[in-house]
Design a protein around this ligand. Structure first.
Ligand code: ADP
Ligand code: MG
Length: 716
């Protein structure tokens, strides 16, 4: 292999160096986030137009957009009293015939396109009943430069790219700018993909692929297929995007592997898993047991654990987390359990204190740290955490504050990791030296997402629910009127089961047309005077929320009207019905998570979705996914297909790069291949000098493409 130097200067060059880019255009491009050559190269068209000249005037037919080259026979202005602007009319001819053409209000054409000039025309051909002939309406025009001929034009005689028009940059301008930039790189042989990888995957080289993504070569593919798997330049760029992300994930993984463990499991006579099982009131599922064993193995390795516990709602993730915590506690470490909401933190603290009750060692009683803990309590907790008296700290974002100092933090469990942003995660790592990390999500995420955006984590899969779960039926209801409430909720209350009612808003809003919790609370209280109706919203403080939840848990409250503060993890065995109003306002994963709140205590459940009137076709289809699939992994796949990864499980908040071309659903095979090849590449290049040089180019490219690389590498 001959070494191709990394064309750093060419790729990082500012765009003002190009004659077609003046200060105005430069400013507009930079507002779209395009300031270097590389940025521009990776701004791809969203469709293509076939402007190859294969037709003559004699071939034109009615009703389609067509392109041809012709000469102007006559051109003139025509003022029509009814029209605001004058028409420009011309007659075009070639060897096969002639055709009239009309433009509205483009008077400059009289000068631009004098009689006798040759140009390319592209536009819709219609039949005019007035002139009883075919006529071309408002076509795009591009003069044929007599010196260059057709071949050199960006806009005609070829398949042309169509770019998104934004910030006052027309697609024509964009095309010219991209064309000029591509010319400046002509013949470039550099490739960010290692040669061995590119060959193995059977992909095009970098520069030809970039060129043909913008200006496809002649071929017989229909234009739509240039946007789909199977078009070689696209396949190449898609693979490259996946490979770069996977490589980044490998670097993150290496970072973890290179740091030492901060603690080692204490030697034990008995199998720790058997011991753990004796202390809990159920038998672990096979999947839970497998996950616990995987965690134990991590603890015996030389580097910290970085594991992702992936399981459906109700698969029993908390118990697995507790097992991990127990091992760290036995080894003398402190553990932290982070939850996104106070209600959930309270529940986890309660669960853990029950579990660790059997081991009444000093300091194992969980302390709960949230923003509602203030004053003397808070000071006492902080002192105890700092001197190591408190060994189990459960809490919300409050744990991340500066004043919270641990004496020896060995394990961090994060429930719903995606609710914690980059800065917050960084704050957490600053509190410990290479802690073990176990992250969990509230609902499953699709496998392709796990393999890409969470690709640096080891995955434990809980693909089995504990026995005795009752099925939950999902129904879409037209309207939740009085009749609905009496018919569906009445009998449930009569059986002294409980009901959740979920609304998108706390109170009436001028801006948002959706139902609110306060009004629903009042209405249901009036409708069911014989029972207590509770209200739970995010605006209440921690103690108030806890009181309401306690009353609901104890059965004093029969109907709980709430916003999505109850979304996560809340465990109420006698709740068998949930009604979600304005269901179209919630994400599928969120709804699935809500659904997981019922059918937990051996009672079959019903989950009613009440969409608002404005729900469209698309919205209804989305909700039907929930009717059709009970399994969270399926729901997640469908959600990803419909919304894309950005909206999913905090991927956008993670700040990780978004794919420009690659599609996690369509291009899944390419993702798997990229992941495999990134793994073997990193392994095989270890310690090889030539490879180090190649890797340096790859990493530099990664940094140019994504300026945040160092941030992503510095956090876990
Ligand atoms: P999630 O995975 O959604 O966080 P949880 O950890 O909250 O699920 O567990 C859901 C419920 O299942 C809890 O009430 C928990 O006590 C119960 N549970 C967990 N594991 C088992 C098991 N192996 N057998 C029976 N019940 C279990
Ligand atoms: Mg949970």
């Amino acid at each position: 292999m001959t070494a191709t130097p990394f064309p750093r200067l060419k790729l990082t060059a500012g765009l003002s160096n190009f004659p077609s880019i003046g200060p105005r255009r430069q400013a507009r491009l930079s507002r779209r986030g395009i300031s270097t050559v590389l940025d521009l190269l990776y701004t791809f068209p969203f469709r293509y137009e076939d402007r190859r000249v294969r037709l003559s005037i004699g071939d034109l037919c009615e009703g389609k957009e067509q392109g041809f080259v012709a000469t102007v026979r006559t051109i003139r202005k025509k003022v029509v009293p009814k029209l605001k602007a004058p028409l420009v009319e011309a007659i075009l001819f070639d060897a096969t015939g002639e055709i009239p053409v009309v433009w509205f209000g483009q008077e400059y054409l009289l000068k631009h396109l004098p009689e006798g000039s040759q140009a390319f025309f592209f536009g819709k051909v219609e039949y005019s009943t007035y002139s009883r002939s075919l006529v071309l309406r408002s076509p795009v025009v591009e003069l044929v430069d007599p010196d260059l001929g057709l071949k050199k034009s960006y806009h005609i005689g070829r398949i042309v790219p169509v770019y998104r028009e934004e910030e006052g940059l027309s697609t024509g301008v964009f095309r010219r700018v991209v064309g000029d930039v591509l010319r400046s790189l002509w013949g470039e042989r550099f490739d960010p993909l290692p040669e061995s990888v590119r060959r193995e995957a059977g992909l095009m080289e970098w520069f030809p692929a970039i060129v043909e993504m913008h200006f496809p070569r002649d071929g017989d593919r229909p234009m739509e297929e240039l946007l789909l798997p199977g078009y070689p330049p696209r396949d190449r760029i898609v693979f490259e995007e996946f490979f770069l992300l996977e490589y980044l994930m490998m670097l993150r993984r290496q970072g973890v592997h290179r740091s030492g463990r901060s603690w080692e499991p204490s030697p034990q006579a008995e199998d720790p898993l058997a011991e753990f099982e004796r202390g809990i009131p159920f038998v672990l599922t096979g999947a839970q047991r497998r996950a616990c064993r995987e965690i134990s193995e991590d603890f015996s390795k030389g580097h910290p654990m970085n594991r992702f516990l992936l399981g459906d709602v109700g698969s029993g993730k908390t118990l697995v987390a507790a097992y991990a915590m127990l091992q760290a506690l036995r080894a003398g470490c402190q553990t932290a359990f982070l939850a996104p909401t106070e209600i959930l933190a309270q529940q986890h603290a309660r669960t853990l204190s029950r579990l660790f009750e059997a081991n009444p060692e000093a300091g194992w009683a969980p302390v709960l740290l949230s923003h509602s803990v203030r004053g003397l309590d808070r000071r006492r907790f902080l002192a105890g955490i700092a001197d190591g008296t408190h060994r189990v700290v459960v809490g919300t974002h409050a744990i991340l504050e500066e004043g919270v100092i641990f004496s020896r933090l060995g394990l961090v469990v994060i429930d719903e990791q995606h609710k914690f942003g980059v800065a917050q995660r960084r704050a957490l790592w600053s509190k410990a030296q290479n802690p073990d990390i176990l992250v969990m999500t509230a609902t499953p995420i699709p496998r392709s997402l796990a393999l890409s955006y969470y690709g640096d984590l080891e995955i434990s899969l809980l693909d089995e629910l504990p026995p005795g779960r009752q099925p939950v039926v999902t129904r879409i209801v037209k309207k939740a009127d009085e009749g609905f409430w009496r018919k569906t909720v009445g009998p449930v209350l009569a059986r002294s089961e409980q009901v959740f009612v979920v609304l998108p808003l706390i109170e009436k809003s001028e801006k948002v047309d959706a139902k609110n919790a306060q009004e629903a609370h009042a209405a249901l209280s009036a409708l069911f005077p014989e029972v207590r109706v509770g209200l739970l919203t995010g605006r209440m403080d921690g103690a108030e929320k806890e009181q309401v939840m306690e009353a609901f848990r104890g059965g004093e409250i029969a109907i709980l009207v709430a916003t999505t503060v109850i979304e996560v993890g809340v465990d109420i065995p006698r709740a068998s019905v949930m009604v979600v109003e304005n269901a179209e306002r919630f994400g599928l994963a969120q709804l699935h998570q809500l659904r997981g709140r019922i059918g937990r205590g051996g009672l079959p459940g019903t989950f009613y979705l009440v969409p608002g009137e404005a729900i469209g076709e698309e919205g209804r289809r989305r909700l039907e996914v929930l009717v059709e699939y009970a399994d969270g992994f399926h729901v997640a796949e469908e959600d990803l297909r419909m919304r894309g990864p950005g909206e999913f499980m905090g991927v956008r908040q993670s700040g990780l790069p978004m794919f420009v071309v690659a599609d996690l659903v369509r291009d899944r095979e390419a993702l798997i291949l990229a992941r495999t090849l990134a793994g073997t590449y990193v392994e095989s290049s270890e310690g090889r000098l030539a490879a180090a040089w190649e890797q340096a180019g790859l990493e530099e490219f990664l940094r140019l493409r994504y300026r945040e690389v160092d941030v992503w590498l510095s956090i876990r």
